[in-house]
Design a protein around this ligand. Structure first.
Ligand SMILES: [Zn+2]
Length: 292
C-alpha cells in the first residue's frame, strides 16, 4: 500500500506493522492454554492477532525489527522462557524502548484524537512524539528528558501490599497493554508486555527517584534491584488488573463452555502452558479468591 510513513514522513510502500512487536503476540499465543490470543484484550473475540496497520515504510520497519530482534533474543525470551532475571544491553535497548513508547503514543493518540488533558499537555505529547521519532531516525542523538524506564516483573508469592487483585500474577506475566497515564505533575507513556513494563517519560518530577529503572543510552544491565515506582503507579496497575478481571467475568457462557471443553480434551497442553502457570501463581497466593 502506498502512503506516507508515520515515522519518517516520506512517501513509499507501507508495510503492515504491529504496534506491539509480533514476537510478543506469538509468544502469548504459543504459551496460552488454547493457542489463541484471548486472555485479556478483547475478551469476546478470540483475537488471532494484535493491532496492526499500514503505517511504516520498509526502511523504518527494518530499523524497528533490528532492535526488536536484539530485545527478543537477549532479554525477552531468556526472561519469559528460562526465568532469567539478569541481562546486559547496548544501544539497541534505549532504541527499542523508545520505539515502543513512540508506537504506544502514536497509537493511543490516533484512537483518541481528543485525548483528555489540557492544551499544554497536548503540546507536550506533540513534542515527545516528535523528539522520539527523530531519536529513532538518528536525527536526535540523545533521548534527553524523554527517558525510558523498564520495570521487570516477577511472579508475586507474597506481599505486604494490601488489596492486590487475585489476578495480579496473570496481569504481570501475561498481559499486553498500551496507555498514556498522567496526573497534574507527570505524564508517562505506558506499555505493558508480559513480564515487563516500559515507561516513557513525557514529563516527570520524579526522575531523580526513578534512576534505578532508567535505561542508559549506551549500555547497561537489567537485574533485580529496588525499583522506585512513580506516584499513583501501583493504584493504576491495580485498577487495570481489576478491569480485566471484570471483563473476564463477562465472557458469554458459550465461550466459557468452549474453553472448558478445550481444557478437558487437551489436559496436557493446558497444564504445561505458561498461561496456566501464571494462574497457579495467583492460586497459590490468593486461594479460592481467584474464582470469584
Ligand atoms: Zn519511514
Amino acid at each position: 500500500m502506498q502512503g506516507i510513513c508515520k515515522l519518517c514522513n516520506k512517501e513509499g510502500t507501507l508495510k503492515e506493522s504491529h504496534f506491539i512487536p509480533k514476537f510478543i503476540g506469538k509468544w502469548i499465543k504459543k504459551t496460552s492454554i488454547t493457542g489463541f490470543l484471548r486472555e485479556n484484550n478483547d475478551i469476546h473475540k478470540r483475537k488471532q492477532d494484535i493491532a496492526k496497520e499500514y503505517w511504516l515504510c520498509g526502511e523504518c520497519e527494518g530499523l524497528f525489527s533490528n532492535w526488536e530482534r536484539q530485545f527478543a533474543n537477549n532479554i525477552f525470551h531468556p526472561f519469559v522462557d528460562d526465568n532469567k532475571s539478569k541481562a546486559s544491553y547496548e544501544n539497541w535497548m534505549p532504541k527499542f524502548c523508545a520505539s515502543i513508547s513512540w508506537r504506544t503514543l502514536t497509537y493511543i493518540r490516533s484512537k483518541n484524537p481528543e485525548l483528555k488533558g489540557s492544551d499544554e499537555d497536548y503540546k507536550l505529547l506533540d513534542a515527545a512524539e516528535s523528539h522520539l521519532a527523530k531519536y529513532l531516525l538518528g536525527e536526535n542523538k540523545y533521548l534527553e528528558h524523554y527517558k525510558q524506564h523498564v520495570f521487570p516483573l516477577e511472579e508475586i508469592e507474597s506481599t505486604t501490599q494490601a488489596g492486590l487483585p487475585p489476578n495480579i500474577n496473570r496481569y504481570f506475566l501475561r498481559v499486553m497493554a498500551m496507555d498514556i497515564i498522567n496526573n497534574s505533575e507527570n505524564i508517562y507513556i505506558y506499555t505493558k508486555l508480559p513480564r515487563f513494563i516500559i515507561l516513557g517519560v513525557v514529563k516527570s518530577s520524579e526522575s531523580q527517584d526513578m534512576r534505578s529503572s532508567q535505561i542508559r543510552e549506551k549500555s547497561g544491565k537489567i537485574k533485580p534491584r529496588d525499583y522506585w515506582w512513580p506516584e499513583g503507579f501501583i493504584s493504576y496497575i491495580v485498577e487495570k488488573t481489576e478491569e480485566i478481571s471484570a471483563k473476564s467475568k463477562a465472557i458469554t457462557e458459550k465461550d466459557g463452555k468452549k474453553f472448558e471443553e478445550f481444557i478437558l480434551k487437551n489436559p496436557d497442553k493446558a497444564a504445561n502452558s505458561k498461561q496456566f502457570e501464571a494462574f497457579i501463581h495467583d492460586y497459590e497466593m490468593f486461594g479460592d479468591d481467584v474464582f470469584r
